[in-house]
Design a protein around this ligand. Structure first.
Ligand SMILES: Cc1ncc(COP(=O)(O)O)c(C=O)c1O
Ligand SMILES: N[C@@H](CCCC[NH3+])C(=O)O
Length: 439
């Protein structure tokens, strides 16, 4: 078993995270429970920042908060001096509620609404990553209305097929995101943006996909963007101050995954930027990146309680837990694989092969297939590792299951940072149907 960050097996044979016994966490805060190892988040954040610093490169590391956005997480991001990437009014609102420095907020999205753009403009956030022509028109109108100039990056689609799940590919030509580099859209967009007085074009952006294990995609993206930068320098005299290469750095979920250290991605990017800059005679821009998963993914562990089981002779042993696709949609959506252990019996012999079923009324609600565990009994605590990214943030209330609580652990302390939803929370927006009011 691979234990991440501060996780270890303590003297009771229990899983311990951040110096806190996971079994105690389950008892105190209930299950399902998302537990975050804050020291590991800090270590990852510093890893990115220090690599840029070591190479003396001006950079911004913006945490892609879609991976896990809560007020407490945004606070940690601020403490570590990172920037913050938001993709909706809700994520922006969360950042503002955490008093995150507005000038370090970047706003993404392929269909930002007028209200969302207005919010970003009124709050004077750091920059808007413009995705399409409709957004340029809206920005023209709104910057005029509010008499403001907004810093902007242009999101470009470089036409790169990174090796990852189809649903999390974003840089290929057939994508809903950004202006295409090949078919003239990017050229049209830059002209439109440069003619807009309320827009200060800081630079360009691309994001090639998520859970990527190779550096080649980032190298190719850098090359493609630099060749466009050279063309624009020569044809329209535009030289970007910022080159944002997005996120997507892969992490280890199971032993099948072999990620490279974050510093290596950054080093390869820096090297390619320097090389392209020298070869094409384009000044070295500030480099921005947007890691999400690689900052929080392996820092998260979900604790579940074991409940029922079903034996299907000669086929399978189902063990059901008290959560499922409602708190982690990734296995159902991407066939994502995870590792897990019994947090209360870490040293026991693994004597059976089981498949972990969720409690939703859906056959596809399976979290793990063919997992080796000690014979699991009701009340055992199953710890599912590396659930920190896109678990809580993609959670739903399917079957009207309340969303679990979130606890941060660090240096032996545990703090509740998101309360468990209650049944009252579930119906709090429901209104009774008043037949008398029917027209
Ligand atoms: C524009 C953009 N930036 C950053 C990210 C973060 O990606 P990851 O969590 O894979 O680092 C994403 C998600 O894929 C994204 O769409
Ligand atoms: N939500 C996805 C990744 C998409 C990233 C956002 N563009 C995942 O869980 O892997």
């Amino acid at each position: 078993m691979f234990l991440h960050g501060t996780s270890r097996i303590n003297e009771q044979g229990h899983l311990e995270i951040g110096g806190v016994d996971a079994v105690k966490l389950g008892k105190e805060f209930g299950t399902p429970l998302y537990v975050y190892d804050v020291a590991l988040i800090r270590q990852r954040a510093r890893g990115f920042k220090e690599t840029f610093e070591k190479h003396n490169i001006k950079a911004q590391v913006a945490y892609a908060s879609k991976a896990f956005s809560t007020v407490a997480m945004v606070q940690v991001v601020d403490q570590e001096g990172l920037s913050l990437d938001v993709v909706s009014g809700g994520e922006l609102y969360t950042a503002l509620a955490a008093n995150f420095p507005k000038e370090r907020i970047h706003f993404h999205g392929n269909n930002k609404s007028r209200a969302e753009l207005e919010m970003a403009i009124k709050e004077d956030i750091g920059c808007i990553v413009v995705d399409n022509f409709y957004e340029i028109a809206l920005l023209q109108e709104l910057t005029e209305q509010y008499r403001k100039t907004m810093p902007v990056l242009l999101r470009l689609t470089p036409g790169i097929e990174a090796h990852t799940h189809d649903y999390i590919l974003t840089g290929q030509e057939d994508s809903k995101f950004g202006f295409d580099l090949q078919n003239g859209q990017a050229d049209e967009a830059i002209k439109a943006v440069m003619e807009t007085s309320g827009i200060n074009l800081l630079g360009i952006h691309c994001h090639i996909g998520s859970q990527i294990f190779e550096t080649t995609g980032f190298v190719m993206a850098t090359q493609k963007l630099f060749s466009k930068m050279k063309e624009w320098k020569e044809t329209i005299g535009y030289v970007p101050e910022v080159l944002n290469l997005g996120g997507g750095f892969g992490i280890r979920y199971t032993e099948e995954d072999q990620p490279i250290p974050v510093s290596e991605y950054v080093e390869v990017i820096i090297e390619e930027v320097k090389k392209q800059s020298a070869q094409l005679d384009v000044p070295i821009p500030e480099i921005w990146i947007e890691p999400g998963r690689s900052l929080v993914g392996d820092a998260g562990t979900t604790l579940y309680s074991v409940g029922s089981r079903k034996h299907v002779p000669n086929i399978r042993e189902y063990v059901a837990i008290d959560g499922g696709m409602n708190d982690n949609i990734r296995p159902a959506l991407y066939q994502a694989k995870y590792e897990a252990a019994l947090a209360n019996r870490m040293n026991d012999v693994k004597d059976e092969l089981v498949s972990i079923a969720g409690k939703c009324c859906e056959s596809g609600d399976m979290l793990m297939w063919d997992l080796s565990l000690p014979t699991a009994r009701p009340g055992d605590i199953l710890a599912m590792f590396c659930t920190g990214a896109y678990g809580y943030s993609m959670a739903s209330q399917y079957n009207r299951l309340p969303k679990p609580a979130v606890v941060f652990v660090e240096d032996g302390d545990a703090q509740l940072v998101v309360q468990r939803e209650t049944y009252e929370d579930i119906i709090k927006n429901d209104l009774k149907y008043n037949v008398a009011l029917k027209k």
